[in-house]
Design a binder for this molecule. Structure first.
Ligand code: ATR
Length: 283
């Protein structure tokens, strides 16, 4: 009898537009790995039970997306150091009946910046907009990549303070008030980790944050990134891109954790980029 495929899923709410199944099936084909990768929509109330059922039905690994990245930490028997530092989990693996939590978002962003786009992060002056889950998820990896100065600005300043306190890098990382943005000068790198693009209140950003050498990155993609990328263009940033590359790279790192091999990301990234730019089909 044929063995059932190993089962994987992306868990969140909503997940119906998630590109993760497409990306993981692409990687699996590359390595001739048999797997099922589904979307599993779970409300916060259903998370614990849903994950238990998923494991009982043969689930061995999962990606975790909004709004569960922090809550799922409590269900993990073990946490990778980078998940602990990011205070969020986006990759779960069942090992000996216990959920192991890891976070591949930070390394995904750094790999997109450094490997795909040849950006050297060492010594750079960086502005991080936002201090929610997405911001927490990527900051430790950016610091590890050698960022020279990190300025964190958040509409609610206490959350920015929490983020910087958690980094324990007083020499390199500090917070500034949102209203002081016009006074902060140019940045080499501006990362939008706010959820403004998914809401109704647009980001209010001064042009003078950017120069011709500035790289602007939105961690979102699709419609959610449009406003920030339009601002970056109008402000004269040298380069501006969305989080599609990060999405593919974080998936590649999850695949490596589960399968022990690193997939090549170029083909699937090029395909998603073509769809996003050409047909606007990537949401
Ligand atoms: P995510 O998991 O996507 O990071 P989150 O944890 O709810 O979502 O965090 C959303 C972030 O976007 C927060 O930093 C939020 O700022 P507040 O802490 O002040 O709420 C930020 N944000 C959302 N809408 C914004 C807007 N219109 N302008 C500025 N910041 C905004």
């Amino acid at each position: 009898m044929r063995q059932p495929h190993a089962r994987f899923a992306v868990i969140g709410q909503p997940v119906d537009h998630s590109l993760s199944p497409y990306i993981h099936k692409h990687f699996a084909n590359q390595w001739s790995v048999d797997l099922d990768y589904d979307r599993l929509e779970l409300s916060p109330e259903a998370l614990t039970q849903g994950l238990t059922r998923f494991a009982a039905e043969g689930g061995v690994g999962a990606n975790v997306t909004l709004p569960h990245k922090r809550a799922v930490m409590d269900l993990c028997g073990e946490l990778a150091p980078r998940a602990r530092r990011a205070q969020s989990v986006n990759t779960l693996s069942v090992i000996d009946g216990v959920w192991h939590g890891d976070n591949t978002d930070g390394v995904g962003l750094v790999n997109d910046l450094c490997l795909r786009r040849n950006i050297d992060l060492r010594g750079r002056r960086m502005l991080l907009l936002g201090a929610g889950g997405a911001a927490f998820g990527v900051t430790p990896a950016l610091m590890d990549a050698g960022i020279g100065e990190l300025v964190v600005c958040n509409r609610t300043p206490e959350r920015a303070d929490d983020l910087v306190d958690a980094l324990q890098e007083p020499e390199r990382a500090h917070t500034r008030y949102w209203q002081d943005l016009p006074e902060l000068g140019h940045f080499d790198l501006i990362i939008n980790a706010t959820s403004a693009g998914r809401g109704t209140q647009p980001l209010q950003l001064p042009f003078r944050l950017a120069g011709t050498q500035t790289v602007a990155v939105d961690l979102s993609y699709g419609m959610a990134a449009i406003d920030f990328l339009a601002w970056a263009k109008a402000a004269g940033c040298g380069e501006a891109f969305d989080g599609l590359g990060m999405l593919v790279e974080q998936a590649a790192e999850s695949f490596r954790i589960w399968q022990g091999v690193r997939p090549d990301t170029e083909a699937v990234y090029a395909e998603l980029r073509r769809l996003a730019d050409g047909e606007g089909a990537v949401e």
